[in-house]
Write a protein that binds this ligand. Sequence first.
Ligand SMILES: Cc1ncc(COP(=O)(O)O)c(C=O)c1O
Length: 401
Amino acid sequence: MADLPVGEKIYGALEKSSWIRRMFEVGTALKKEHGEENVFDLTLGNPDLDPPLEFFDTIAALIQERKKGAHGYMPNAGYPDVLDTVGRLVSATHGVEVGGRSIVMTCGAAGGLNVVFKTILDPGDEVIVPRPYFAEYGAYIDNHGGRMVTVDTAADFSLDVDAIDAAMTARTRAVLINTPNNPTGKLYREAELAALGALIDARAGTTRPVYLIADEPYREIVYDGLEAPPILKQCRQSIVVTSYSKSLSIPGERIGYIAVNPSCAGADTLMAGLIMCNRILGFVNAPALMQRAVAALATARVNTQAYTKRRDLICDGLEYAGYRFDRPEGAFYVFCKSPIPDDVAFVQHLQRYNILTVPGVGFGGPGHFRICYCVPESVITRAIPRFKEALDTLPKGTANS
Ligand SMILES: Cc1ncc(COP(=O)(O)O)c(C=O)c1O
């Protein structure tokens, strides 16, 4: 091991994830052989919709201002006026009065989650995560010495609050939820959030504070008239982490925020810790131009109707082809049951039909595979017959009933 060019831990992680790289290589080879347009790449949650027009206008206007110091350092939490604007928005969404002093602007939700874990975790602390889960969570928690403890969700992927309760130990520091969910498309309802919030708040005073962390970059992408319920209202010990990556289709710009419930225990110290960790993790502060842009665009949204149309196209097509899944209520993923028990083998089978998807095992949801439908409608329409062929050509008797 002495001659490793990288640390042993990262070397181990690279080895463990080498199958993901192999799948990526297969995809690249397929595109080379058949042409990009004949390969249906449904792997990545990279929104293909353009940002709303106001985004471009706002950026252009901000650049034109040529305001002195507008590209310099600032307080590590962000520009005070931006924090106030975001605080007002969070108050309206989450039913709790949140001032700018409870907000930290971050480099996306990924940056925000790392800041939160750096701030609250001691080595060996546990973070409970319902499964299936966003595949990066394990790394984010481990980055800061924590341990991810996963618990099952119910059959329809809703929260199993009793299972979360049973998983709590003296080392539990947080419960991390993601709603609407990547990869399942599930939107948690007010009642289950209230039950989870009550469970966490009931521990106040009996142990070190335990936090409910809600990762919600897909809050605005919901279907069928559903609305994502407020989080902060349901739990005093709550922290929301989110970004504009999906709501404005700007994941490359790395802008999001952390909002802390002002009534959580030791809120001032928690805020001081978060602000310091934003700095010492090397983010220093969230991008200046983007902070000013998102504050000016407080209510702008990408065209979510386009996602609704894609959701319906892919779901109707998959149903017709004979696949089984729960229709997503939010985000832009279908977490489909694998027709054979081995989801990695089925994803490899789909590759023979030029369809690229991700096996559920990577999300802690074996027996499923994830289809991402933030791709043009024409890709979905052309992929459906290939999905059908892939299912129809499975050897008889191998498909799950
Ligand atoms: C559930 C979830 N959380 C966090 C992120 C990170 O998003 P970002 O850092 O771009 O805000 C993603 C990205 O796909 C995600 O799906």
